[in-house]
Design a protein around this ligand. Structure first.
Ligand code: PMP
Length: 397
């Protein structure tokens, strides 16, 4: 999962996006100024037409994990239960792949509505992962001069999408305990009047769930849309989904990626129909493919297995938290996700040592000052977690 683009100019995505948008005065000649008759290289052409802030980026590099214990991307470590897999396979076998998918994804949306009990007063939009929905929302709201605001550190794709869409990104640092700094949020909202606010609930990469009353305060203070991104809802004790009717400026965003279906790329947004109607105009006509739509119908027909696997993951999370917390010099931060953020004496040493033992986690040191020497470790199967803990015990003596 692309939660940490390898940003060319800096690893701090928020700062990168916030600083570079608006400075689009590249030194290269404009296309019309090139010498007549002189063949231009592709590099010259790129320099003349691609925005400097895009040229300054590096494409996101997904770490190679073949044969490794993969604890870096917040995937569910369990396969689908046999009967669910069989239903999925049968449904996929029936898909007419020679035809375009249903552009409105009606059957998938209906199954989702039933599974979540979404009221008729709310509308739903599906995306190719919630990543795509973040992109759709951002491009719909990116008027010239518009601001996107989010706490930092948080999911880096918010700031990246602001950069892609030419929106100014304003990052508001979290408090040192990773709670929302409400005073700073309120004054930034007052000052910047953001069209769009993103709150990851729970937050990635810190793992904590912000106080609901703080999120409500942000909803009340914000003049535009507030996206509450519940990518980790299955592992958390709270949700804003039942609160949609109270807040006309609330959109709840979710994904199936963390609950065992990262490969099918499916995210969903739920909000008042007025918002969804606008977002619907921005998406590609067939943004959710036919196999994913058919899969979604099966998956949402019975979600009990999702809750069961999530509860097994939560139990393992508690074991990891306790064991990591006993390591000399380690600080474990509270989490309501399927990962644990832990501060160690030297994140690079532990990260490299784990990698040498074929265990892949995420070193988030350098992403933000609040994350100094922090590793983000996805909860794996009990066996994977045993391997991780044994390796950490050797590395954190
Ligand atoms: N939001 C948050 C907070 C995330 O952590 C992630 C994945 N890392 C996403 C959205 C994107 O998820 P996906 O595109 O897989 O649905």
């Amino acid at each position: 999962m692309r939660e940490a683009p390898n940003i060319g100019c800096t690893n701090d995505a928020g700062a990168a996006a916030g600083n570079s948008v608006g400075r689009m005065t590249g030194s290269a000649a404009s296309p019309g100024e090139r010498d007549e008759g002189k063949a231009s290289s592709a590099a010259d052409l790129v320099a003349s037409v691609v925005r400097p802030e895009i040229r300054a980026l590096s494409a996101y590099a997904v770490a190679k994990a073949d044969g490794m214990v993969k604890l870096d991307a917040m995937e569910n470590p369990y396969a689908l239960p046999g009967p669910v897999r069989a239903r999925l396979d049968a449904a996929l076998a029936r898909v007419a792949v020679n035809r375009y998918p249903d552009g409105g994804a009606d059957a998938a949306k209906a199954a989702l509505r039933r599974a979540l009990g979404i009221s008729d007063r709310q509308a739903v939009l599906l995306g190719n992962g919630s990543d795509e929905l973040i992109q759709i929302i951002t491009s719909a709201l990116a008027r010239p001069g518009a601001v996107m605001l989010a706490p930092e550190p948080s999911f880096v794709m918010y700031a990246m999408n602001a950069l892609y869409a030419g929106m100014r990104f304003v990052g508001v640092p979290l408090s040192t305990d990773f709670s929302l700094d409400l005073r700073a949020m309120r004054s930034a909202i007052e000052r910047e009047k953001p069209s769009l606010v993103f709150i990851a609930y729970p937050n990635n990469p810190t793992g904590n769930l912000f106080a609901a009353r703080d999120v409500e305060a942000v909803l009340h203070a914000s003049p535009g849309l507030v996206v509450v991104d519940e990518a980790y809802y299955a592992f958390a004790e709270a949700s804003f989904l039942p609160r949609l009717a109270e807040h006309p400026n609330l959109l709840v965003l979710r994904t199936v990626s963390k609950v065992g279906l990262a490969g099918i790329r499916l995210g969903y947004a739920v909000a008042a129909p007025e918002w969804i109607a606008q977002l619907n105009k921005v998406r590609a006509p067939y943004n959710v493919n036919a196999l994913t739509q058919a899969g979604a119908v099966e998956v949402f027909a019975d979600t009990a297995w999702i809750a069961e696997q999530a509860s097994a993951i939560r139990a393992e999370r508690a074991r990891l938290e306790a064991a990591l917390g006993r390591l000399p010099g380690a600080t474990v931060f509270p989490t309501q996700t399927n990962f644990v953020l832990v501060r160690v004496a030297d994140a690079k040493v532990v990260f490299d040592g784990l990698k040498a033992r074929r265990i892949l986690v995420k070193n988030v040191h350098g992403w933000h000052p609040l994350l100094a020497n922090c590793l983000r470790i996805t909860v794996g199967t009990p066996e994977e977690n045993d391997l991780l803990l044994a390796a950490c015990a050797e590395l954190c003596r």
